[in-house]
Design a protein around this ligand. Structure first.
Ligand SMILES: C[S@@+](CC[C@H](N)C(=O)[O-])C[C@H]1O[C@@H](n2cnc3c(N)ncnc32)[C@H](O)[C@@H]1O
Length: 357
């Protein structure tokens, strides 16, 4: 057995920095079957993880959400490992936007990685955030080389994401298209959609072609998440990754039965996301491909873990609810204790009963 040290990238956020080592240890335990005896450690004044392994898989280390650099310990010496970077965009794609209610970017990468670790399919994958806000999940998905899709009820958040993405792609001189257009059904305006595409491999006038890099798509609708299936139609996703309303900054809204999507503006504000999640999870489940996975972050002060796990199981999903999967709860502030849960949709295609004479 060899001892390894993984240096963790420092978070700008003090609270999240304190939680990073513990969360990263649980992330490594869930996603790296080769690693054992995982414990938080220090290298000088920097946070790290120490673990033992017979052999490491560098690609698995590269996918860790807070991975900075890894070393093999040889006596008193640390020999750096050759861990590739999996990012297809610079970090600043995700870190530039700053606003109240933004999900911490390190935590978003963690939730995305844990969810995608349960999807046994080669990328680029199609990731839906049905409570997209200003798009931290979608930007993190792009950075990791996956497509991003979203639904968001707050027009201002949608506008901020659309504006930011256009500016970013233009400023970075990335070949792209990005437009916002109205969504109509039977002549009535239902909302808007953002469609963006980044063609990362294509040359620009000051940058040579970068073959091997993907072309990534992003589509975001304004609207209610419970209309997500109607908005995306028959489209299915490899993963759903979302940070539910905390019942503090955002609140959630409760469905007014029998109304058309565009008429639901008078929904009651609700301090718990429980009603919203109970209604939305069966809809989201229908949008997952067989073999897909869903990852949800939420505030346990507003909804006990067992209740959310029950909602996922009732919807026919298999929640991960044992061992290191129980190691992700952490305090954000006095009103928020954040946790996450990942559930999978069985890989076998569901077939109707067939009868042959
Ligand atoms: C915790 S925030 C997500 C923040 C996002 N991850 C980000 O970093 O920008 C939850 C989001 O859900 C949205 N939301 C709440 N209820 C909704 C609903 N019924 N349909 C669609 N979006 C909703 C809120 O407007 C808010 O942007």
């Amino acid at each position: 057995m060899t001892t390894y040290l993984m240096l963790l990238s420092p978070s700008a956020n003090r609270v999240y920095r304190q939680a990073t080592a513990v969360l990263s240890a649980a992330e490594l335990a869930v996603t790296a079957s080769f690693a054992s005896d995982i414990v938080p450690a220090r290298i000088g004044s920097a946070d790290a993880l120490r673990f033992t392994a017979d052999e490491v898989d560098e690609l698995v280390l590269a996918a860790q959400s807070a991975h900075l650099v890894s070393f093999e310990q040889r006596g008193e010496l640390l020999a750096p490992l050759d861990v590739p970077s999996l990012a297809v965009f610079d970090d600043d794609l995700v870190t530039i936007p700053k606003y109240q209610g933004k999900t911490n970017e390190g935590f978003t990468r963690l939730l995305l990685h844990l969810t995608l670790s349960q999807v046994d399919r080669p990328g680029p994958l199609e990731v839906l955030d049905p409570l997209a806000g200003r798009g931290t999940t979608l930007l993190a998905a792009w950075q990791a080389g996956h497509h991003g899709f979203g639904v968001e009820s707050d027009d201002k958040a949608f506008d901020a994401l659309a504006g930011y993405l256009k500016t970013y792609l233009r400023t970075k001189r990335i070949k792209h298209s990005a437009q916002v257009s109205p969504v109509r059904r039977e002549g009535r305006a239902l909302g808007r959609r953002l469609d963006a595409q980044a063609r990362l491999a294509e040359a620009t006038h000051d940058q040579p072609a970068r073959p091997g890099l993907p072309t990534l798509n992003m589509t975001v609708f304004t609207g209610d998440t419970r209309d997500s299936a109607a908005l995306f139609g028959r489209k299915r996703f490899d993963a759903i990754v979302t940070d539910a309303p905390y019942g503090v900054v955002h609140g959630s809204s409760t469905k007014s039965e029998g109304r058309e999507p565009a008429q639901r503006s008078s929904r009651r504000r609700d301090r718990s996301p429980a009603h919203l999640l109970a209604e939305a999870i069966p809809i989201w489940r229908g949008q997952l491909k067989p073999g897909g996975a869903i990852g949800i972050a939420w505030n346990t002060h507003t909804l006990p873990r067992a209740e959310l796990v029950g909602m996922l199981a009732d919807a026919g999903l298999q929640p991960q609810d044992a061992g290191p999967w129980l190691g992700f709860a952490h305090r954000v502030d006095a009103g928020i204790n954040r946790d996450l849960v990942v559930a999978t949709r069985a890989a076998e295609a569901e077939r109707g009963l067939t009868w042959s004479p």
